[in-house]
Design a protein around this ligand. Structure first.
Ligand code: FAD
Length: 343
């Protein structure tokens, strides 16, 4: 069982700590589930289900090229070479595989995020609720992810991503300076965060316009080659984190792709290409609208204008936001996968 916290409430506040709105999931969206999971726990749980030595760590891809009829040749930084019939590119937002397939660089959207994990070895004191705090061009949030850890984030407007800061204590100070007069709970959690775990990320996305964006599936032009490549997750559809759906969509991609690809593997090259085509079509319909919606939500939440922010805090959040539609995009029915065969 994946260690997680089942979140039962959502509270929205202004930067001075005033409560703007509070929801109990049970009352306003019965059956709606929200789970907070630490990324490390999720990755270790997924990796733990694989046969030993399936994952080769510290193996950065240096180059990739079609290799005649034999497949696709991947060269790693440590000099190793891998010849693959099917390449699944799940190498994140700066994917070299997506670049090779013709995707443009993701676009910076005008805000950056700080993230961290507050640590409480003796037990964290917070309720299992998501907390959002809204300022002008600046917002923050926190949620417990385990009995001893609390995740927090800050999103702030910035015309450019700015220089890359490598000093961890400077990074944490930069984050604290942004919210120094904000609610004490947030500041306590940030202060309980080890410096070297604070991360700053420029937020980017890539809109998969039909007809303009390359397909996520590529096949070697050489008719006698069986080589194909496909991208999943952020490598294909980086989206801003404003809906908290990027990793969820990457997992959905993986489940759908595995469901389509597994039965095709025993068939011809045509069957494999058709399975990948189905994956591309099915997933595009899910990820393109989410990328657009995440971008729109981000622009609304990062408003700076004092009048617009007052409207958001006094009218929009207290009167117009409904929890059901607010979370409905998180629901996705995945087919169940066959369990992995144990040898
Ligand atoms: C501030 C912020 C908050 C977020 N919050 C949420 C949230 O609440 N919920 C949610 O669902 N999503 C959230 N996301 C999005 C989420 O982090 C990503 O969508 C998710 O990590 C994508 O998973 P992925 O496996 O596609 O890529 P990644 O998690 O980026 O994994 C890519 C992997 O590829 C490897 N790699 C990279 N380059 C190479 C190379 N050259 N060679 C070999 N390997 C390589 C990396 O080491 C890494 O292991 C958030 C993102 C940000 C920035």
């Amino acid at each position: 069982m994946l260690e997680h916290i089942s979140v039962c409430r959502l509270v929205m506040r202004s930067q001075d700590g005033r409560e703007l709105r509070s929801f109990r999931f049970e009352d306003e969206a019965p059956g709606q589930e929200v789970r907070a999971v630490e990324r490390r726990v999720l990755l270790e749980t997924l990796a733990g289900k694989l046969p030993p030595n399936t994952i080769s760590f510290s193996s950065r891809l240096r180059s990739i090229a079609w290799q005649g009829k034999d497949g696709t040749l991947l060269e790693l930084d440590d000099g190793r070479q891998v010849l693959a019939k099917i390449v699944i590119g799940c190498d994140g937002v700066n994917s070299p595989i997506a670049k090779w397939m013709g995707f443009p660089e993701p676009k910076y959207v005008g805000h950056c995020a700080f993230r961290g994990l507050g640590q409480y070895p003796e037990g964290q004191p917070y309720e299992s609720k998501v907390n959002y705090i809204y300022g002008r061009g600046l917002r923050a949030g926190f949620v417990p992810v385990s009995p001893t850890k609390v995740y927090w984030f800050i999103c702030f407007n910035s015309q450019s991503p700015g220089p890359r800061t490598t000093d961890p204590s400077a990074l944490k100070k930069e984050a604290l300076d942004l919210v120094q007069t904000w609610p004490q709970e947030l500041l306590d959690i940030m202060r309980n965060t080890p410096d070297d775990t604070v991360v700053k990320t420029p937020l980017v996305d890539r809109w998969l316009w039909p007809g303009l964006s390359p397909p996520p599936v590529a096949a070697a032009l050489n008719g006698s080659s069986s080589a194909v490549a496909v991208v999943v997750g952020d490598a294909w559809h980086p989206m801003t984190p404003n809906l908290g759906q990027g990793a969820c969509c990457a997992l959905e991609d993986a489940v759908v792709l595995a469901g389509k690809l597994a039965p095709a593997l025993t068939g011809s090259r045509g069957a494999v290409v058709a399975a990948l085509g189905e994956y591309a079509q099915e997933r595009w319909a899910r990820v393109f609208p989410l990328t657009a919606r995440a971008s729109l939500v981000g622009s609304l939440l990062q408003w700076e204008d004092p009048i617009v922010c007052a409207f958001r805090n006094e009218v929009m959040i207290p009167r117009l936001v409904r929890l059901g539609p607010f979370l409905e995009h998180t629901n996705f029915e995945c087919e169940l996968l066959e369990p992995i065969a144990s040898n």
